[in-house]
Each structure stands twice: as C-alpha cells, then as structure tokens.
Write a protein of this length. Structure first.
Length: 126
C-alpha cells in the first residue's frame, strides 16, 4: 500500500492524477518511461496482529434469552424490549437487552451463565 501512496503523491505533485485515476497506472503517468507498477492483487497484505487474542466461543448458556428479558423487565418495569443479542462484554458472554420507555433507553448486559447484570446503561433520548 505504501507504494501506491507514493505513486499517488507523485502523481498529484506533478499534476498527472487524472491519468492515474483513469487507469493509466504509473507507466502512463510518467509518460510511458517508467515500468508498470505491481497490480493491486499482487501487493502483499500484512499478517493480522499476532498480539491480539481471539474471542473464545461461547460455552453452553445457563440463562436463556427469555430469562434475560425477564431479569431486564424486573430492573426496568414498563419498558418495551427492542432487541436481544448475545455479545461479549467485559470479558464474559452476556445477553444485551435493549429496552425503551418514553424518552429513556435502557441497555442491560446480563451474564449468560449466572443471570447477573454485568452492565446497565440508562440514556435520555429526546
């Protein structure tokens, strides 16, 4: 990618960007004297960061999404459930229950193993 950036900067500096954008490549931009650049498909892609750890697959749930909704309704009675998703939050698998009541939005993250509320966000939407 750095080679493409360098070619693009050179083309912009010399005013030949129109030829590059039209698909002419570096050879046409330089008046045919330069050799053709490497096609984009042949440019090596850097390997993914080896320091990042993959998120482990979820284990068998002890709390169902229906039970998570019940727990959320106990915390925010009268609110309407908008969505329920399973997400990885703060190092554990949780049910993300999004609820709304009037101008209030509730985001509850409930552990899939214990049913404990891991995180609760209450926002005022007006």
């Amino acid at each position: 990618m750095r080679r493409i950036d360098a070619v693009a900067r050179t083309a912009l500096a010399t005013g030949t960007a129109a030829l590059l954008l039209a698909g002419g490549g570096a050879a046409q931009a330089a008046g045919g004297a330069a050799t053709a650049t490497t096609p984009a498909a042949a440019i090596p892609v850097p390997a993914p960061d080896s320091t990042s750890t993959p998120v482990p697959a979820p284990a068998a749930d002890e709390i169902t999404s229906e039970r998570a909704v019940e727990i959320a309704k106990e915390k925010a009675p009268g609110a309407e459930v908008i969505s329920v998703e399973r997400v990885h939050e703060q190092g554990i698998w949780t049910w993300w229950v999004r609820m709304e009541e009037g101008v209030w939005r509730y985001d509850l993250y409930i552990s899939t193993k214990s049913g404990r509320i891991v995180r609760l966000k209450i926002n005022y939407n007006w």
